[in-house]
Write a protein of this length. Sequence first.
Length: 316
Amino acid sequence: MTRHVLTTIPLPPALRDGIARHYHLHESASDFGDGAPADVEAVVTNGSIGLSAAQMDRLPRLRVICSMGAGTENIDIAGAHARGIVVTNAPGANAATVADHAIGLALAVARGLRSLGNRLARGEAWASLRAPRASLNKSRVGIIGLGQIGRMVAERAAACGADIGYHNPSPKPGAPGTYYADPLELARNSDFLFACCPGGPRTRHLLNREMFQALGPGGVVVNVARGSVLKTDDLLEALRAGQLAGAGLDVLEEEPEPPAALLAELTGMDNVVLTPHISGRSPAAILVQLDMMLESLEDGLAGRPPRYAVRPSAPA
């Protein structure tokens, strides 16, 4: 029996081909309208694009929703549960890759790995560019969100000789560094501030004008969480005014098609390093995601409880 799977997001070739070897894969834009095949039994999406209850209702045979990563913030999990649809994710599959990328962004901004090469290419004098630059060694690193990614960022930063602080809804047993109940207090005590938290309403615009002022003109902010976590207008204001040393951004509030003017301004700043939401993409991470997704699809379509099922949250 042929099983039909619909993806609402662009998939890396290895992931797409891996799913297509086992299922009839339909590829579609995020808003698939009324043209979705009626025999689709599973949807592959991610936390950023998600899947609404209205979209679920257009798929009468839908039984499984698989999020490609750990995030599920824009999937209506309660709506899926009410319809008897299983939601799964891939917790931790790409955590190490995201943590590597986060450290890379921080160093690229602080050490000028992009800007110095460009300035040399423009003919600026070698000697004029050799001013000392900040590094992770002997720095204070603040981490917002101490899940798997946050812990791995902490491990990598500590290995570079940084002091670690973190903010989380509550202290984590055995966590490295100092716990800050107030994120503003964490920012005041950080040179580098990493966002590694989930997206969604609770963290929307957590990185804002107040946080940037608390971090200060020597501070570097790195966002590998969700674009919604950082208030873009406030970041631009801080960067224009010299109130931050720089920013490393793998995610933006409007993706995958950010406003052209925003991209032009960010990419024109020597103290900003921008990547197109690729922090979790490595060959190794994609293979792990594929294995987890195929297991979830097989179990969910067979009526077995998937190991990586996501339950609806309790009311706040």
